[in-house]
Ligand binder design. Sequence first.
Ligand code: 1GP
Length: 254
Amino acid sequence: MPFNKNRPRPQFNTGRKHFAVLLDPDNLTEASCLHLIALSENHAVDFFFVGGSLVTSQNQAGIIHLLKQHSNVPVILFPSSSQHIDMQADGILLLSLISGRNPDFLIGQHVISAPILKASQLQVYPTGYMLIDTGRQTTASYMSGTTPIPYDKPAIAACTAMAGELLGLQYIYMDGGSGAMKPISAEMITAVREAVELPVIVGGGIDTTEKAIATLDAGADVIVIGNHIEKNPGFLAEVSSLVASYNVALDVHR
Ligand code: 1GP
């Protein structure tokens, strides 16, 4: 795939933990975005994911422009549809909603996006996207018209992730939904982690250090936090230090 040498080439390194901050364009102002960029300068953030299940404002392009002007953290699109492709970004999570049975989100949007992505310099991350039921219907579940995987059925999650891996997807994203009442269970994360050799991205409802630890301990390679950082930007520093401490420990045991 063509890639502009002058852009950072965002990588998920196996054997390390990563921290992604989810920026929902509908919830950010220029000032709040600049504040998060300033925090990310002092506290390591591996990726900015930009997007959401329903983006109603016209803010996305402006937010990405700000990020690219003021930060070196790679910007990865987290799109709800092919309408949200933006060439200013560094990469895109090409999400196939494998927990659902809606062909539009399994392959339809991808057919529309394919010629645009092939001609672009965006790094494409083929990702099996799994919505998990964490207690109330989420925007992602409603908008995609799909049923999430039941909270207490780790075997379904593991088999779904395995199917994604066998189909050639390269990442698994387990999402409990933005602002979820509770995060995905450690038992389910571990079941998926043990079922596949792919990097496992986990997000939704992580709003305390304890929940972040439980998610990382269970086997998440990438922890994604949006909502709680919007409300409490200081949480960015806490999670950044936590992820760094995991990587120090992983290095020691290498
Ligand atoms: C949702 O995984 C993300 O798509 C992040 O969720 O906003 O609850 O942190 P939160």
